[in-house]
Design a protein around this ligand. Structure first.
Ligand SMILES: NC(=O)c1ccc[n+]([C@@H]2O[C@H](COP(=O)([O-])OP(=O)(O)OC[C@H]3O[C@@H](n4cnc5c(N)ncnc54)[C@H](OP(=O)(O)O)[C@@H]3O)[C@@H](O)[C@H]2O)c1
Length: 253
């Protein structure tokens, strides 16, 4: 099956590194036009803009700042006029020990919720409004985590809770807007070899991560991208509301 996304315009958050960069590479190679949101890193975004001058458009914004989040959708539309899909991929995992002082712990919770959940919901809201007004069978794809279902270690409880929130949010969007042709999906990766996972490897070693999974090698960003491409294509619309785990068998539900 060959998937051609030539007529699709997509907004992808956190496109500069890791899983987001892997998704960006595959969507662009499949012919889509992609607004590549990023925060600090811009080298990889410039590289994609040079390689795909007609399809790749960088857009910088800090998702921890609601006032910047509220401008992203309209700025993306200035680049592509119409959008057919939103991929909420950007995320943070702050190490937040439960015995640190309360103010710092609550700050970590608030920032995690803002970046991982509230900004994704705010963008999805704008996306749904656009899809409805333009009569587009739009796709919402949320990159959650195995942690949403399995839970996480005590230092990453806010992370797990934010990712579980994203799952509930996706369910609500799927139920609310399916009749208008809008679909909403969750992808729940397990440990994937990116900068975010590097802290775990540094602390516990690669062997520990390998022990958790049933496959012989750790999941790479390129292992997540094909599922996103399929969901964007519309070929899997009748799976709306679902969560697809990509965790190398480390948590089978
Ligand atoms: N790696 C894993 O093991 C794993 C497992 C399950 C789920 N996930 C989820 O998969 C997604 C991607 O993770 P990853 O491992 O690829 O992470 P990563 O390598 O750390 O990349 C994070 C991405 O999010 C962006 N970002 C971070 N803070 C931001 C902010 N305040 N405003 C705007 N953008 C921000 C970064 O932009 P800059 O580069 O510009 O800073 C970057 O593009 C996340 O939602 C993560 O929770 C990852």
């Amino acid at each position: 099956m060959h998937i051609n996304l030539k007529d699709k315009n997509i907004l992808l958050t956190g496109a500069s590194r890791g899983i987001g960069l892997g998704i960006a590479e595959q969507l662009l190679a499949s012919g889509a036009s992609v607004v590549l949101h990023h925060h600090r890193s811009s080298e990889s975004i410039q590289n994609l803009e040079q390689r795909y001058p007609q399809q790749a458009f960088g857009l910088k914004a800090d998702l921890s700042k609601p006032e910047e989040v509220s401008q992203i959708w309209d700025k993306a539309l200035q680049k592509t006029k119409k959008l057919h899909a939103l991929i909420n991929n950007a995320g943070i995992a702050l190490e937040s020990p439960i015995d640190q002082n309360e103010e710092a712990w609550l700050d970590d919770w608030a920032k995690t919720m803002q970046v991982n959940l509230t900004s994704a919901a705010a963008l999805s809201r704008k996306a749904a409004q656009h899809f409805i007004s333009q009569q587009i069978a739009g796709k919402l794809i949320h990159i959650s985590s195995r942690a949403a279902f399995r839970g996480d270690t005590p230092e990453y409880m806010a992370y797990a809770a934010s990712k579980a929130g994203l799952v509930a949010f996706s369910h609500s969007m799927a139920r609310a807007y399916g009749k208008q042709g809008i679909t909403s999906f969750v992808i729940a990766p397990g440990f994937t070899q990116t900068d975010m996972a590097q802290d775990f490897i540094a602390k516990y070693g690669e062997a520990h991560a390998l022990h958790d999974i049933v496959l012989p090698t750790l999941t790479q960003p390129q292992d997540i991208a094909p599922m996103v491409t399929l969901l964007v294509s519309g070929l899997a619309d009748h799976a709306t509301g679902t969560t697809i785990s990509i965790n190398a068998g480390s948590y089978i539900r």
